[in-house]
Design a protein around this ligand. Sequence first.
Ligand code: PLP
Length: 452
Amino acid sequence: MHRFDELTERIARVVYAYTDARLRLDPVPLDRTVDPATLAALAPDPIGPAGNDPEAVMATFERVLAPAVISCDSPRFLAFIPAAPTKASLLFDMVVSASSLSGVSWLEAAGAVHAENQALRFLADLVGLPRDAGGCFVPGGSAANLSALAVARDTARRSGAPTGRRLRVVVGEQAHASIANALRLLDLEPLVVAAPDDRLDGAAVAAALDADGDAASVCAVAATAGTTNAGIVDDLAGVAEVCARHRLWMHVDAAYGGAALLAPSARPRFAGIERADSVVIDPHKWLFAPFDCAALLYRDPALARATHTQDASYLDVIHDEPGVWNPSDLAHHLTRRARGLPLWFSLAVHGTDAYRDAIERVLATARAAAARVAAAPHLELVREPELSIVLFRRRGWAGPDYDAWARRLLDEQVAFVAPSRWHGEPVARLAFLHPGTTIEIVDEVLASTRAG
Ligand SMILES: *Cc1c(COP(=O)(O)O)cnc(C)c1O
Protein backbone atom coordinates (compact mmCIF):
# COMPACT_ATOMS: atom_id res chain seq x y z
CA MET A 1 0.00 0.00 0.00
CA HIS A 2 2.97 2.28 0.57
CA ARG A 3 4.94 1.51 -2.56
CA PHE A 4 4.39 2.90 -6.01
CA ASP A 5 3.81 -0.57 -7.48
CA GLU A 6 1.60 -1.88 -10.26
CA LEU A 7 -1.59 -1.54 -8.26
CA THR A 8 -0.69 2.02 -7.29
CA GLU A 9 -0.04 2.70 -10.96
CA ARG A 10 -3.64 1.68 -11.76
CA ILE A 11 -5.03 3.69 -8.84
CA ALA A 12 -3.09 6.74 -9.96
CA ARG A 13 -4.40 6.42 -13.49
CA VAL A 14 -8.08 6.44 -12.47
CA VAL A 15 -7.59 9.17 -9.88
CA TYR A 16 -5.64 11.46 -12.23
CA ALA A 17 -8.23 10.91 -14.97
CA TYR A 18 -11.10 11.74 -12.64
CA THR A 19 -9.52 14.82 -11.11
CA ASP A 20 -8.45 16.10 -14.51
CA ALA A 21 -12.00 15.79 -15.87
CA ARG A 22 -13.59 17.27 -12.74
CA LEU A 23 -11.29 20.28 -12.78
CA ARG A 24 -12.14 20.93 -16.43
CA LEU A 25 -15.93 21.02 -15.85
CA ASP A 26 -17.06 24.48 -16.87
CA PRO A 27 -19.61 25.15 -15.60
CA VAL A 28 -19.89 22.52 -12.89
CA PRO A 29 -23.35 20.91 -13.17
CA LEU A 30 -25.63 21.20 -10.18
CA ASP A 31 -26.67 17.53 -9.69
CA ARG A 32 -28.93 16.43 -6.83
CA THR A 33 -28.93 14.30 -3.72
CA VAL A 34 -30.88 11.04 -3.62
CA ASP A 35 -32.70 9.07 -0.94
CA PRO A 36 -30.90 6.59 1.33
CA ALA A 37 -32.57 3.49 -0.20
CA THR A 38 -31.39 4.37 -3.70
CA LEU A 39 -27.83 4.87 -2.55
CA ALA A 40 -27.89 1.68 -0.52
CA ALA A 41 -28.93 -0.21 -3.65
CA LEU A 42 -26.55 1.49 -6.07
CA ALA A 43 -23.51 1.74 -3.83
CA PRO A 44 -23.27 -1.32 -1.56
CA ASP A 45 -20.52 -1.23 1.06
CA PRO A 46 -17.21 -2.19 -0.62
CA ILE A 47 -15.22 -2.43 2.61
CA GLY A 48 -14.24 -5.95 3.66
CA PRO A 49 -11.17 -8.08 4.40
CA ALA A 50 -10.26 -8.30 0.71
CA GLY A 51 -9.86 -5.29 -1.54
CA ASN A 52 -11.58 -4.42 -4.82
CA ASP A 53 -10.36 -3.32 -8.21
CA PRO A 54 -9.57 0.38 -8.06
CA GLU A 55 -11.36 0.90 -11.39
CA ALA A 56 -14.56 -0.56 -9.92
CA VAL A 57 -14.46 1.48 -6.70
CA MET A 58 -13.68 4.64 -8.64
CA ALA A 59 -16.53 3.89 -11.06
CA THR A 60 -19.00 3.72 -8.18
CA PHE A 61 -17.71 7.04 -6.91
CA GLU A 62 -17.87 8.63 -10.34
CA ARG A 63 -21.22 7.26 -11.49
CA VAL A 64 -23.18 6.99 -8.23
CA LEU A 65 -21.68 8.92 -5.34
CA ALA A 66 -20.29 12.09 -6.92
CA PRO A 67 -23.53 12.86 -8.86
CA ALA A 68 -25.49 12.39 -5.63
CA VAL A 69 -23.96 15.56 -4.25
CA ILE A 70 -25.28 19.01 -5.09
CA SER A 71 -22.17 20.77 -6.36
CA CYS A 72 -21.63 23.81 -4.18
CA ASP A 73 -19.13 25.11 -6.75
CA SER A 74 -21.77 25.24 -9.46
CA PRO A 75 -22.67 28.81 -10.48
CA ARG A 76 -26.28 27.69 -10.01
CA PHE A 77 -25.76 26.90 -6.31
CA LEU A 78 -27.42 29.89 -4.60
CA ALA A 79 -28.39 28.28 -1.27
CA PHE A 80 -26.71 28.61 2.15
CA ILE A 81 -23.21 29.88 1.39
CA PRO A 82 -21.89 28.49 -1.91
CA ALA A 83 -18.25 27.74 -2.75
CA ALA A 84 -16.17 28.73 -5.74
CA PRO A 85 -12.57 27.56 -5.30
CA THR A 86 -10.12 28.73 -7.96
CA LYS A 87 -8.61 26.02 -10.14
CA ALA A 88 -5.18 27.02 -8.80
CA SER A 89 -6.29 26.49 -5.21
CA LEU A 90 -7.84 23.10 -6.02
CA LEU A 91 -4.74 21.97 -7.87
CA PHE A 92 -2.48 23.06 -5.04
CA ASP A 93 -4.75 21.28 -2.56
CA MET A 94 -3.67 18.14 -4.39
CA VAL A 95 -0.04 19.13 -3.79
CA VAL A 96 -0.74 19.55 -0.08
CA SER A 97 -2.35 16.10 -0.02
CA ALA A 98 0.40 14.43 -2.00
CA SER A 99 3.04 15.92 0.31
CA SER A 100 1.32 15.00 3.59
CA LEU A 101 2.01 18.57 4.63
CA SER A 102 1.35 19.04 8.29
CA GLY A 103 1.34 22.49 9.77
CA VAL A 104 1.62 21.92 13.49
CA SER A 105 4.82 23.70 14.40
CA TRP A 106 7.78 25.62 13.07
CA LEU A 107 10.06 22.77 14.11
CA GLU A 108 8.33 20.32 11.76
CA ALA A 109 6.97 22.52 9.05
CA ALA A 110 8.75 25.86 8.78
CA GLY A 111 8.24 26.12 5.04
CA ALA A 112 4.51 25.46 5.17
CA VAL A 113 3.96 27.72 8.18
CA HIS A 114 6.01 30.52 6.58
CA ALA A 115 3.81 30.45 3.46
CA GLU A 116 0.58 30.20 5.47
CA ASN A 117 1.74 33.22 7.45
CA GLN A 118 2.14 35.19 4.21
CA ALA A 119 -1.51 34.48 3.40
CA LEU A 120 -2.51 35.42 6.96
CA ARG A 121 -0.48 38.62 6.67
CA PHE A 122 -2.40 39.53 3.53
CA LEU A 123 -5.67 39.07 5.44
CA ALA A 124 -4.40 40.96 8.51
CA ASP A 125 -3.41 43.87 6.26
CA LEU A 126 -6.87 43.85 4.65
CA VAL A 127 -8.40 44.06 8.11
CA GLY A 128 -5.89 46.72 9.16
CA LEU A 129 -4.40 44.84 12.10
CA PRO A 130 -0.94 45.82 13.37
CA ARG A 131 2.30 44.15 12.22
CA ASP A 132 2.52 41.79 15.18
CA ALA A 133 -1.00 40.46 14.69
CA GLY A 134 -1.25 36.88 13.51
CA GLY A 135 -3.09 33.63 13.78
CA CYS A 136 -3.64 30.36 12.02
CA PHE A 137 -5.96 28.48 9.71
CA VAL A 138 -8.60 26.19 11.22
CA PRO A 139 -11.23 24.02 9.53
CA GLY A 140 -14.12 26.46 9.65
CA GLY A 141 -15.67 29.60 11.01
CA SER A 142 -17.35 27.60 13.76
CA ALA A 143 -14.03 26.29 15.06
CA ALA A 144 -12.49 29.75 14.70
CA ASN A 145 -15.28 31.44 16.68
CA LEU A 146 -14.88 28.85 19.44
CA SER A 147 -11.11 29.30 19.69
CA ALA A 148 -11.33 33.10 19.61
CA LEU A 149 -14.04 33.33 22.26
CA ALA A 150 -12.05 30.99 24.50
CA VAL A 151 -9.20 33.52 24.35
CA ALA A 152 -11.62 36.39 25.03
CA ARG A 153 -12.92 34.59 28.12
CA ASP A 154 -9.49 33.61 29.47
CA THR A 155 -8.09 37.09 28.85
CA ALA A 156 -10.93 38.59 30.89
CA ARG A 157 -10.34 36.06 33.68
CA ARG A 158 -6.62 36.78 33.71
CA SER A 159 -7.25 40.50 33.95
CA GLY A 160 -9.53 40.29 36.94
CA ALA A 161 -13.04 39.58 35.66
CA PRO A 162 -15.37 38.56 38.48
CA THR A 163 -14.81 34.94 39.44
CA GLY A 164 -17.37 32.43 40.57
CA ARG A 165 -19.99 33.28 37.97
CA ARG A 166 -20.47 32.97 34.27
CA LEU A 167 -19.05 35.66 32.06
CA ARG A 168 -21.22 37.05 29.29
CA VAL A 169 -20.75 38.07 25.68
CA VAL A 170 -22.80 40.66 23.81
CA VAL A 171 -24.17 39.29 20.53
CA GLY A 172 -26.57 40.64 17.94
CA GLU A 173 -29.79 38.84 17.12
CA GLN A 174 -28.41 37.95 13.68
CA ALA A 175 -25.17 36.37 14.95
CA HIS A 176 -24.30 33.00 13.43
CA ALA A 177 -25.52 29.87 15.22
CA SER A 178 -21.92 28.80 15.84
CA ILE A 179 -21.48 31.77 18.19
CA ALA A 180 -24.32 30.53 20.40
CA ASN A 181 -22.83 27.03 20.33
CA ALA A 182 -19.37 28.33 21.21
CA LEU A 183 -20.74 30.32 24.14
CA ARG A 184 -22.56 27.27 25.47
CA LEU A 185 -19.45 25.08 25.15
CA LEU A 186 -17.35 27.74 26.90
CA ASP A 187 -19.91 28.19 29.67
CA LEU A 188 -20.43 31.79 28.61
CA GLU A 189 -23.80 33.43 28.48
CA PRO A 190 -25.08 35.49 25.56
CA LEU A 191 -26.37 38.99 26.20
CA VAL A 192 -28.51 39.33 23.09
CA VAL A 193 -28.90 42.92 21.95
CA ALA A 194 -31.72 43.81 19.59
CA ALA A 195 -30.54 46.42 17.14
CA PRO A 196 -32.37 48.89 14.97
CA ASP A 197 -32.50 47.68 11.38
CA ASP A 198 -30.96 44.35 12.49
CA ARG A 199 -27.50 45.88 12.55
CA LEU A 200 -25.75 45.74 15.90
CA ASP A 201 -24.49 49.25 16.59
CA GLY A 202 -22.54 51.06 19.27
CA ALA A 203 -25.55 52.86 20.71
CA ALA A 204 -27.56 49.66 21.14
CA VAL A 205 -24.62 47.88 22.79
CA ALA A 206 -23.93 50.86 25.08
CA ALA A 207 -27.60 51.12 26.04
CA ALA A 208 -27.79 47.39 26.78
CA LEU A 209 -24.70 47.60 29.00
CA ASP A 210 -26.02 50.69 30.80
CA ALA A 211 -29.39 49.07 31.40
CA ASP A 212 -27.81 45.83 32.59
CA GLY A 213 -27.40 45.43 36.33
CA ASP A 214 -24.32 43.25 35.91
CA ALA A 215 -22.22 44.82 33.15
CA ALA A 216 -19.04 43.77 35.01
CA SER A 217 -19.68 40.17 33.98
CA VAL A 218 -19.61 41.06 30.28
CA CYS A 219 -16.22 40.21 28.76
CA ALA A 220 -16.66 40.61 25.01
CA VAL A 221 -18.77 41.68 22.08
CA ALA A 222 -19.12 39.29 19.15
CA ALA A 223 -20.01 41.41 16.15
CA THR A 224 -20.78 40.08 12.69
CA ALA A 225 -19.38 41.49 9.46
CA GLY A 226 -21.74 39.93 6.96
CA THR A 227 -24.57 37.99 8.57
CA THR A 228 -25.12 34.64 6.92
CA ASN A 229 -28.84 35.06 6.40
CA ALA A 230 -28.90 38.60 5.03
CA GLY A 231 -25.31 39.85 4.58
CA ILE A 232 -25.60 42.64 7.14
CA VAL A 233 -22.39 44.24 8.43
CA ASP A 234 -22.66 45.45 12.03
CA ASP A 235 -21.58 48.98 13.00
CA LEU A 236 -18.04 47.91 13.79
CA ALA A 237 -16.72 51.42 14.50
CA GLY A 238 -19.51 52.01 17.03
CA VAL A 239 -18.96 48.60 18.61
CA ALA A 240 -15.20 49.28 18.80
CA GLU A 241 -15.87 52.53 20.69
CA VAL A 242 -18.00 50.76 23.29
CA CYS A 243 -15.47 47.92 23.61
CA ALA A 244 -12.69 50.44 24.25
CA ARG A 245 -14.78 52.33 26.81
CA HIS A 246 -15.83 49.18 28.71
CA ARG A 247 -12.55 47.30 28.13
CA LEU A 248 -14.28 44.47 26.31
CA TRP A 249 -12.77 42.03 23.82
CA MET A 250 -13.98 42.82 20.34
CA HIS A 251 -14.53 39.73 18.22
CA VAL A 252 -15.61 40.10 14.59
CA ASP A 253 -17.14 37.12 12.81
CA ALA A 254 -16.48 37.94 9.16
CA ALA A 255 -16.54 34.29 8.09
CA TYR A 256 -18.67 34.97 5.04
CA GLY A 257 -18.38 38.75 4.58
CA GLY A 258 -14.69 39.35 5.25
CA ALA A 259 -13.72 38.76 1.63
CA ALA A 260 -15.58 41.95 0.69
CA LEU A 261 -12.80 43.89 2.46
CA LEU A 262 -11.06 43.50 -0.89
CA ALA A 263 -13.86 45.24 -2.78
CA PRO A 264 -13.63 49.05 -2.87
CA SER A 265 -17.43 49.26 -3.28
CA ALA A 266 -17.98 47.42 0.03
CA ARG A 267 -14.88 48.30 2.08
CA PRO A 268 -16.39 51.36 3.85
CA ARG A 269 -19.00 49.12 5.51
CA PHE A 270 -16.21 47.48 7.51
CA ALA A 271 -14.83 50.66 9.08
CA GLY A 272 -13.78 49.84 12.63
CA ILE A 273 -12.84 46.20 11.96
CA GLU A 274 -9.18 47.26 12.35
CA ARG A 275 -9.85 47.71 16.07
CA ALA A 276 -10.91 44.09 16.62
CA ASP A 277 -9.07 41.80 19.02
CA SER A 278 -9.95 38.75 16.94
CA VAL A 279 -11.33 38.32 13.44
CA VAL A 280 -12.55 35.25 11.53
CA ILE A 281 -12.57 35.11 7.72
CA ASP A 282 -13.40 31.88 5.86
CA PRO A 283 -11.32 31.61 2.66
CA HIS A 284 -13.39 28.50 1.83
CA LYS A 285 -16.31 30.82 1.33
CA TRP A 286 -15.76 34.02 -0.66
CA LEU A 287 -11.97 33.92 -0.96
CA PHE A 288 -12.27 31.02 -3.37
CA ALA A 289 -10.24 28.42 -1.42
CA PRO A 290 -11.14 24.74 -1.13
CA PHE A 291 -12.71 23.29 2.03
CA ASP A 292 -11.77 23.42 4.78
CA CYS A 293 -10.14 26.73 5.45
CA ALA A 294 -10.95 29.47 7.95
CA ALA A 295 -8.50 32.19 8.97
CA LEU A 296 -8.38 33.14 12.64
CA LEU A 297 -6.50 36.36 13.40
CA TYR A 298 -5.59 37.87 16.75
CA ARG A 299 -4.42 41.40 17.45
CA ASP A 300 -2.17 39.96 20.19
CA PRO A 301 -1.26 36.32 19.46
CA ALA A 302 0.41 36.00 22.88
CA LEU A 303 -3.05 36.02 24.47
CA ALA A 304 -4.08 33.13 22.21
CA ARG A 305 -0.95 31.17 23.16
CA ALA A 306 -1.78 31.58 26.83
CA THR A 307 -5.12 29.82 26.20
CA HIS A 308 -4.32 27.26 23.53
CA THR A 309 -0.74 26.02 23.96
CA GLN A 310 -0.88 22.33 24.83
CA ASP A 311 1.35 21.36 27.68
CA ALA A 312 2.85 17.89 27.25
CA SER A 313 6.40 16.79 27.78
CA TYR A 314 6.63 15.24 24.32
CA LEU A 315 5.74 18.68 22.89
CA ASP A 316 8.33 20.69 24.83
CA VAL A 317 10.71 20.48 21.91
CA ILE A 318 8.37 22.49 19.63
CA HIS A 319 8.21 25.32 22.14
CA ASP A 320 11.92 25.55 22.94
CA GLU A 321 12.82 27.98 20.15
CA PRO A 322 11.88 31.54 21.03
CA GLY A 323 10.24 33.62 18.33
CA VAL A 324 9.06 30.76 16.12
CA TRP A 325 5.46 30.47 14.99
CA ASN A 326 3.45 27.42 16.02
CA PRO A 327 -0.07 27.39 14.54
CA SER A 328 -0.96 24.66 17.03
CA ASP A 329 -0.61 27.16 19.89
CA LEU A 330 -3.23 29.55 18.53
CA ALA A 331 -6.45 27.52 18.40
CA HIS A 332 -8.01 24.37 19.78
CA HIS A 333 -6.15 21.86 17.62
CA LEU A 334 -2.82 20.10 17.38
CA THR A 335 -2.33 17.98 14.27
CA ARG A 336 -3.44 20.10 11.36
CA ARG A 337 -3.36 20.07 7.60
CA ALA A 338 -1.48 23.04 6.13
CA ARG A 339 -4.83 24.19 4.83
CA GLY A 340 -3.77 27.76 4.18
CA LEU A 341 -1.45 26.74 1.35
CA PRO A 342 -4.02 26.42 -1.45
CA LEU A 343 -5.10 30.01 -0.74
CA TRP A 344 -1.46 31.13 -0.57
CA PHE A 345 -0.67 29.52 -3.92
CA SER A 346 -3.71 30.91 -5.69
CA LEU A 347 -3.12 34.43 -4.33
CA ALA A 348 0.52 34.23 -5.41
CA VAL A 349 -0.32 33.01 -8.92
CA HIS A 350 -3.28 35.25 -9.69
CA GLY A 351 -2.49 38.36 -7.67
CA THR A 352 -4.90 40.09 -5.36
CA ASP A 353 -6.35 42.33 -8.12
CA ALA A 354 -7.95 39.27 -9.70
CA TYR A 355 -9.58 38.48 -6.34
CA ARG A 356 -10.79 42.06 -5.97
CA ASP A 357 -12.33 41.94 -9.46
CA ALA A 358 -14.01 38.57 -8.88
CA ILE A 359 -15.53 39.76 -5.59
CA GLU A 360 -16.73 43.00 -7.20
CA ARG A 361 -18.34 40.95 -9.98
CA VAL A 362 -20.29 38.94 -7.39
CA LEU A 363 -21.38 42.14 -5.61
CA ALA A 364 -22.54 43.58 -8.93
CA THR A 365 -24.57 40.44 -9.65
CA ALA A 366 -26.26 40.70 -6.25
CA ARG A 367 -27.09 44.38 -6.84
CA ALA A 368 -28.46 43.59 -10.30
CA ALA A 369 -30.56 40.76 -8.85
CA ALA A 370 -31.94 43.12 -6.20
CA ALA A 371 -32.82 45.68 -8.89
CA ARG A 372 -34.64 42.97 -10.90
CA VAL A 373 -36.60 41.98 -7.78
CA ALA A 374 -37.47 45.60 -6.96
CA ALA A 375 -38.74 46.10 -10.51
CA ALA A 376 -40.97 42.98 -10.56
CA PRO A 377 -44.52 43.76 -9.41
CA HIS A 378 -45.05 40.26 -7.93
CA LEU A 379 -41.81 40.40 -5.91
CA GLU A 380 -40.68 42.56 -3.01
CA LEU A 381 -37.14 43.13 -1.77
CA VAL A 382 -36.84 42.53 1.98
CA ARG A 383 -33.89 44.97 2.20
CA GLU A 384 -31.19 46.35 -0.06
CA PRO A 385 -28.30 43.87 -0.08
CA GLU A 386 -25.19 45.15 1.71
CA LEU A 387 -23.05 42.33 0.39
CA SER A 388 -24.06 39.43 -1.87
CA ILE A 389 -27.20 37.98 -0.28
CA VAL A 390 -30.63 38.96 -1.60
CA LEU A 391 -33.78 38.31 0.43
CA PHE A 392 -37.15 38.81 -1.19
CA ARG A 393 -40.85 37.99 -0.92
CA ARG A 394 -43.15 36.59 -3.58
CA ARG A 395 -46.50 38.28 -3.02
CA GLY A 396 -49.16 35.74 -2.11
CA TRP A 397 -46.76 32.93 -1.21
CA ALA A 398 -46.63 31.12 2.13
CA GLY A 399 -43.90 28.78 3.40
CA PRO A 400 -44.93 25.69 1.36
CA ASP A 401 -44.96 27.77 -1.86
CA TYR A 402 -41.33 28.75 -1.33
CA ASP A 403 -40.43 25.12 -0.62
CA ALA A 404 -42.20 23.92 -3.77
CA TRP A 405 -40.43 26.62 -5.78
CA ALA A 406 -37.04 25.48 -4.46
CA ARG A 407 -37.85 21.85 -5.30
CA ARG A 408 -38.95 22.81 -8.80
CA LEU A 409 -35.74 24.76 -9.43
CA LEU A 410 -33.60 21.82 -8.34
CA ASP A 411 -35.67 19.28 -10.31
CA GLU A 412 -35.18 21.36 -13.43
CA GLN A 413 -31.52 21.92 -12.52
CA VAL A 414 -32.01 25.68 -12.84
CA ALA A 415 -30.66 26.47 -9.39
CA PHE A 416 -30.30 25.24 -5.84
CA VAL A 417 -31.98 27.71 -3.52
CA ALA A 418 -32.96 27.33 0.13
CA PRO A 419 -35.84 29.49 1.34
CA SER A 420 -35.19 31.24 4.61
CA ARG A 421 -37.03 33.28 7.22
CA TRP A 422 -36.92 36.95 8.01
CA HIS A 423 -38.33 37.83 11.43
CA GLY A 424 -40.29 34.61 11.31
CA GLU A 425 -41.74 35.20 7.86
CA PRO A 426 -40.81 32.78 5.05
CA VAL A 427 -38.80 34.49 2.30
CA ALA A 428 -36.72 33.60 -0.73
CA ARG A 429 -32.96 33.90 -0.37
CA LEU A 430 -30.29 34.00 -3.05
CA ALA A 431 -26.66 33.81 -1.90
CA PHE A 432 -24.17 34.89 -4.56
CA LEU A 433 -20.55 33.89 -4.32
CA HIS A 434 -19.53 32.33 -7.65
CA PRO A 435 -18.16 34.88 -10.12
CA GLY A 436 -19.61 32.66 -12.88
CA THR A 437 -23.20 33.19 -11.74
CA THR A 438 -24.61 35.28 -14.57
CA ILE A 439 -27.55 37.65 -14.63
CA GLU A 440 -29.14 35.19 -17.11
CA ILE A 441 -29.18 32.56 -14.36
CA VAL A 442 -30.76 35.13 -12.03
CA ASP A 443 -33.40 35.86 -14.65
CA GLU A 444 -34.21 32.14 -14.97
CA VAL A 445 -34.58 31.89 -11.21
CA LEU A 446 -36.78 34.98 -10.95
CA ALA A 447 -38.91 33.93 -13.95
CA SER A 448 -39.77 30.74 -12.10
CA THR A 449 -41.46 32.77 -9.34
CA ARG A 450 -44.26 33.79 -11.74
CA ALA A 451 -45.86 30.33 -11.53
CA GLY A 452 -47.85 29.42 -8.45
C1 PLP B 1 -20.42 30.24 7.63
C2 PLP B 1 -20.37 31.08 8.83
C3 PLP B 1 -19.88 30.59 10.03
C4 PLP B 1 -19.50 29.14 10.20
O1 PLP B 1 -18.40 28.85 9.42
P1 PLP B 1 -18.07 27.33 9.03
O2 PLP B 1 -16.86 27.49 8.19
O3 PLP B 1 -19.26 26.82 8.28
O4 PLP B 1 -17.85 26.59 10.29
C5 PLP B 1 -19.79 31.45 11.10
N1 PLP B 1 -20.17 32.72 10.99
C6 PLP B 1 -20.64 33.24 9.85
C7 PLP B 1 -21.06 34.68 9.82
C8 PLP B 1 -20.77 32.43 8.71
O5 PLP B 1 -21.26 32.94 7.59
